[in-house]
Design a protein around this ligand. Structure first.
Ligand SMILES: Cc1cc2nc3c(=O)[nH]c(=O)nc-3n(C[C@H](O)[C@H](O)[C@H](O)COP(=O)(O)OP(=O)(O)OC[C@H]3O[C@@H](n4cnc5c(N)ncnc54)[C@H](O)[C@@H]3O)c2cc1C
Length: 410
């Protein structure tokens, strides 16, 4: 691990080296800022020639908007980019009726709708750029044990910036002019800043695993809505699909308890055999599903991004995308303020980031919860409405493109 002297001061300390924290660090490479990233878990190295069968089941659909920015900054020039799967189509249908809708990149005049990538592969590609950067110090494995956060109003009035003091598990202390919480749902940074957060469980679990199917995925993201919850088949680079199946707590435990053959059959039946039979099955994992939002994203000298600020139902695969967009906007706002010689970590500057992101994130949270209830409803009248709705949208190009533009991150 990189050695630092006790008491080192950084312009920016990012707590959390997940996809979102690393996306921010990547944006700050070659900036005027000195940056430290603190991450407690070491990422297992992925060899460039790792076998195609060793695919992680935690994958994310990254939208076009984030993809373009990653391409621009060179993240996808990595040899690991061979493990990225471009998806060109999205097919959504309602299991209880005839409603369906298809989105096609060709119809939209774009080359892809997005990419599917293993979370650890994206992290590794970001890290390969961040680690050699002169202005970034990557501290891992390292953990924060305490944060002395002092939103000093008097200093702010005098035009000085607030400075936080961070104690590390290694026994050292570091200072930050801007402390960024990218430390996930149970954010310690949010806690020490005494920022409230709503948290509501969906009383559901997301069952994830990788499968191979008798029919090819055709670079299409398949999603089926059923009363028990949505089921997605997301295309992977090795021809397999990553499934995310949202199930009520009891049904999730039952699905986990099935032997492989019975689970394969249950999965194929739930997906109405759209991809044929399930041939092989990876290990199954469960993730509790919840949604929540921080009451505020910023304080003087402090900002929350990604799941530390908000998390949503994974049904539209937007959680990481929203967090990555937070990272891009925060980076733009502080770099712009610094270039203009303004107080870049002051509340009035950071509030610009909050203004640009909070409304969009809240809208997505409300939409996902609404979708979940609409499609989770067994009521036959609602079922008819949503079936008619899906097919109607499919035939109204203007409406269809509006929806897809949002999913693409435009
Ligand atoms: C089943 C499922 C499927 C999903 N699919 C998609 C999808 O297709 N597309 C999409 O956009 N989103 C998806 N999401 C959501 C997405 O995974 C998350 O929104 C995203 O990973 C959040 O990233 P993050 O970096 O904010 O947080 P995290 O990934 O939680 O990262 C936080 C990091 O901080 C570190 N950390 C925490 N505390 C400390 C500490 N005290 N000191 C040091 N380090 C610390 C942790 O080790 C971790 O590495 C899905 C979610 C689920 C549950």
């Amino acid at each position: 691990m990189t050695e630092i002297a006790d008491g080192t001061g950084f312009d920016i300390v990012i707590v959390g080296g997940g996809i979102v924290g690393l996306s921010l660090a990547n944006e700050l490479i070659n900036s005027d800022f000195s940056v430290a990233v603190i991450e407690r878990s070491e990422l297992k190295d992925i060899a460039e020639d790792a076998g195609d069968e060793e695919v992680s089941c935690r994958v994310s659909a990254i939208n076009r908007s984030a993809l373009k920015r990653f391409q621009h900054s060179g993240v996808l020039r990595s040899p690991l980019a061979r493990r990225v799967c471009v998806f060109e189509k999205m097919f959504v249908w309602d299991q209880t009726g005839a409603g369906q809708i298809q989105f096609d990149s060709a119809e939209l005049g774009v080359s892809e709708l997005g990419i599917l990538v293993e979370n650890n592969v994206l992290q590794q590609m970001l890290l390969d750029r961040i680690k050699p950067a002169d202005n970034i110090t990557y501290l891992c494995p390292e953990e924060i044990t305490g944060i002395d956060y002092m939103p000093d109003e008097q200093r702010q009035d005098e035009g000085k910036q607030t400075v936080s003091s961070i104690s590390l598990a290694s026994g050292k202390k570091i200072q930050a002019t801007l402390l960024v919480g990218a430390d996930g749902v149970d954010s310690k940074v949010r806690e020490v800043a005494a920022i409230q957060r709503t948290k509501q469980s969906y009383q559901q679990q997301g069952l994830v695993c990788n499968v191979s199917t008798s029919e090819k995925h055709r670079n299409t993201a398949w999603q089926c809505f059923m009363p028990s919850g949505p089921l997605a088949f997301l295309p992977l680079f090795n021809g397999q699909s990553s499934i995310v199946w949202s199930l009520d707590e009891k049904a999730a435990l039952q699905a986990m308890a099935l032997d492989d053959d019975d689970f394969k059959l249950a999965l194929a039946e739930a997906s109405e055999f759209r991809l044929g039979e399930i041939l092989t099955l990876g290990q199954r994992f469960l993730f509790p599903l919840s949604h929540g939002h921080a009451s505020e994203y910023v304080k003087p000298g402090l900002a929350l991004i990604g799941d530390a600020a908000h998390n949503i139902h994974p049904l539209a695969g937007q959680g990481a995308n929203l967090g990555i967009a937070d990272a891009f906007v925060l980076s733009d706002v502080i770099q712009c303020a610094r270039k203009a010689h303004r107080r870049w970590a002051a509340l009035h500057t950071l509030s610009k980031y909050q203004r640009q992101r909070k409304g969009a994130n809240q809208l997505m949270e409300v939409s996902m919860t609404g979708f979940k209830h609409l499609f989770g409803e067994a009521n036959p009248v609602l079922s008819e409405i949503r079936n008619a709705g899906l097919s109607l949208v499919d035939h109204v190009p203007a409406l269809k493109y509006r929806i897809i533009r949002q999913a693409l991150g435009h």
